[in-house]
Ligand binder design. Structure first.
Ligand code: THU
Length: 136
């Protein structure tokens, strides 16, 4: 059966893709996640002339989630023009894992190709720090 991403997240990820700032790579990535309270949060890749400071779209979305007080998300759409659809880099996988190993990730391109994974499938045996008591 053909996988279908949630339409509202796909629309939001497409919009974020259009807003990506990627003058150096020319590679636009748009992400949109659904927080536990149902809100949709976008992220796009934001590059920098000092290349190492560039930020991936998935990480931008998670930063925005945490900044709003969110600590978990349910699902995420990543939109690119890649074929097959682009998959989160290793660093993004660890950032996603921190908040939602159980979340569903839809990897989508403009041809409508859609791959579905959980975060834990993308990052088996992901790292988790045992926080000291009272840590938040
Ligand atoms: N990029 C993302 O936004 N997410 C990923 O998971 C992989 C790569 C961005 C970073 C950079 O701006 C561009 O894609 C090319 O690597």
């Amino acid at each position: 059966m053909k996988a279908v991403p949630p339409q509202d997240l796909l629309d939001a990820a497409r919009e974020a893709h259009a807003h990506a700032y990627a003058p150096y790579s020319g590679f636009h990535v748009g992400a949109a996640l659904r927080a536990d309270d149902g809100s949709v949060i976008q992220g796009s890749n934001v590059e920098n002339g000092s290349y190492g400071l560039s930020r991936c779209a998935e990480q931008s979305a998670v930063q925005a989630l945490a900044t709003r007080g969110g600590r978990h998300f349910v699902e995420l759409v990543v939109f690119t023009h890649s074929d097959p659809p682009s998959s989160p880099c290793g660093a993004c996988r660890q950032v996603l894992y921190e908040f939602a190993p159980d979340a569903t990730v839809y990897l989508v391109n403009e041809r409508g190709t859609c791959l579905v994974r959980t975060v834990a499938e993308l990052l088996p045996d992901g790292f988790r720090l045992d926080a000291p008591e009272g840590g938040a």
